[in-house]
Design a protein around this ligand. Structure first.
Ligand code: CA
Length: 476
């Protein structure tokens, strides 16, 4: 554990931690762009750079490097200190399969046609060249450890990988104190303080295998996809990570009286009724087990970074770290994703390009996950398909104070009805079923937690008119 994390934990009293957790840590506190450290001094590698592409499942921005005072993420924080942290990065669809299918093809969800977890990407896009497939076609060794494309039968992209491995917990790792926080009403909603150690869990095995692959001597460049599963439910981690978060230090998010009620499709799931029955203790348990999973995953990520250093590959390897989408973790009484609120659409994104990024730099411009494909193609000199939806982030990696995108787009599906949301520097505007089932407008300058829906207020009609037009014109 790093000195910083230890200090932070030791420093926080129960009151300070509770207040900080109640503030949410990061959703509203967006730092301005900065270039904190020295200019990069590492020379660009003579040959093709390697790519370490780390995708985490359901991790929101409650991390040390994003300003959360309680969550212990020393390894992710270290990557932020060495590279560029994107403060306003948005997924295109806050559900696993649609989000991953989008950023791994560089296409928006309406183009991929993958709008749910049960649609195999290749059933919609048999001929598309996916991001890892592009690297494979260009002579890279490509490997997937864990979840990069959505998990399960027929969801992977066999064309993308030389090696693809999935992992299972050991018998010991399946044991431990456990509890379903909904009295079994919601089958996935349980935590377990697992017996055994990191490598009794799939994410620990992923880190071990990643280290082994990195240490193998290779005669060609690699694209290594490391897909950690935690903090996704069920909330399982070795017990020691639960011990980092005493229940009395955790405070569920506030619910201000008089805040805008949710529109009928905004949450769009019967689970809300089950969550509404949580006791205060269950809310704290949920937070503890989610954060335990985040810290467990962070420790595994640290092992991969250490292996990269040990193998002498850090200077020639691009590291991308992202989560497939955000997570409410109790905000608006919602303990899940799949909404068009900031908590669900925004997600962590960190990039380290040793010869390009300024250590410790922060980019507060808007970026989208569809930008990752053209960025990595650009950085590695590969010819990307012509029809990609995003734009390369290389200019922002060179100058993080540069202007981000005019808008970031996210969508969800509610049966046959769709919800679309556009985020600009100041506003979030959302329409349900083309506006027939309501619209939402939030002013992030004044209301970072999106409590007050301004869409129906006459004063804002001109703002709505502009955003309506923008919503219908997602460009590159
Ligand atoms: Ca996910």
């Amino acid at each position: 554990m790093s000195e910083r994390a230890t200090t932070r934990r030791g420093f926080l009293g129960a009151g300070a931690a509770a207040a900080a957790a109640a503030l949410g840590g990061c959703a509203g506190g967006i730092a301005r762009s900065s270039a904190a450290g020295a200019e990069p001094t590492v020379p660009k590698p003579a040959g093709p750079p390697n790519v370490l592409f780390v995708t985490v499942d359901d991790l929101n921005n409650d991390l040390g490097c994003y300003g959360h005072p309680l969550v212990q993420s020393p390894n992710i924080d270290r990557l932020a200190e060495q590279g560029t942290r994107f403060d306003r990065a948005y997924c295109q669809f806050p559900v696993c399969n649609p989000s991953r299918s989008s950023f791994l093809t560089g296409l928006r969800p309406d183009t991929t046609g993958v709008l749910g977890n049960r649609t195999p990407m290749r059933s919609k896009l048999p001929d598309v060249v996916t991001l890892p497939q592009l690297f494979r076609q260009n002579g890279y060794f490509t490997a997937r450890l864990g979840k990069i494309f959505h998990g399960g039968a027929n969801m992977d992209d066999p064309k993308a990988w030389d090696v693809a491995l999935d992992f299972k917990p050991t018998p010991l790792g399946r044991q431990g104190e456990r509890r379903n926080m909904t009295g079994d009403a919601v089958p996935w909603c349980w935590w377990m303080m697992a017996e055994g150690d990191d490598e009794d869990q799939p994410d620990g095995q992923i880190a071990r295998e990643a280290a082994r692959l990195l240490e193998e001597k290779r005669d060609r460049p690699f694209f290594l996809g490391v897909g950690f599963h935690k903090p996704h439910d069920p909330f399982i981690a070795p017990k020691k990570y639960f011990d980092l978060y005493p229940l009395d230090r955790l405070a569920p998010p506030p619910e201000p009286p008089g805040r805008a009620p949710d529109l009928p499709l905004a949450i769009g799931s019967g689970l809300k009724a089950d969550f509404d029955r949580f006791t205060d203790r269950e809310r704290r348990e949920f937070m503890r087990s989610y954060y335990a999973g985040a810290s467990f995953m962070d420790a595994q990520f640290g092992k991969v970074l250490a292996a990269l250093d040990r193998a002498g590959l850090a200077r020639s390897t691009i590291v991308v770290f992202l989560s497939d989408h955000g997570y409410h973790l109790g905000w608006r009484g919602w303990w899940n994703k799949n909404t068009l609120f900031e908590w669900s659409c925004r997600a962590p994104l960190l990039v380290r390009v040793p010869w390009l990024t300024t250590p410790g730099s922060v980019c507060s411009g808007l970026v989208e996950f569809v930008d990752l494909y053209p960025t990595l193609a650009d950085l590695c000199g590969l010819k990307a398909p012509a029809n990609l939806a995003g734009t390369s982030l290389v200019p922002l990696l060179k100058d993080p104070s540069g202007k981000g995108k005019q808008a970031a787009y996210t969508q969800v599906q509610r049966g046959q009805a769709a919800g679309y949301s556009v985020r600009t520097d100041r506003w979030r505007y959302t329409e349900w079923d083309g506006g027939k089932q309501g619209a939402e407008l939030y002013d992030h300058d004044a209301d970072p937690h999106e409590w007050r829906n301004l869409a129906g207020e006459g004063t804002y009609a001109p703002v709505v008119a502009d955003l309506k037009a923008l919503l219908r014109a997602p460009g590159a």
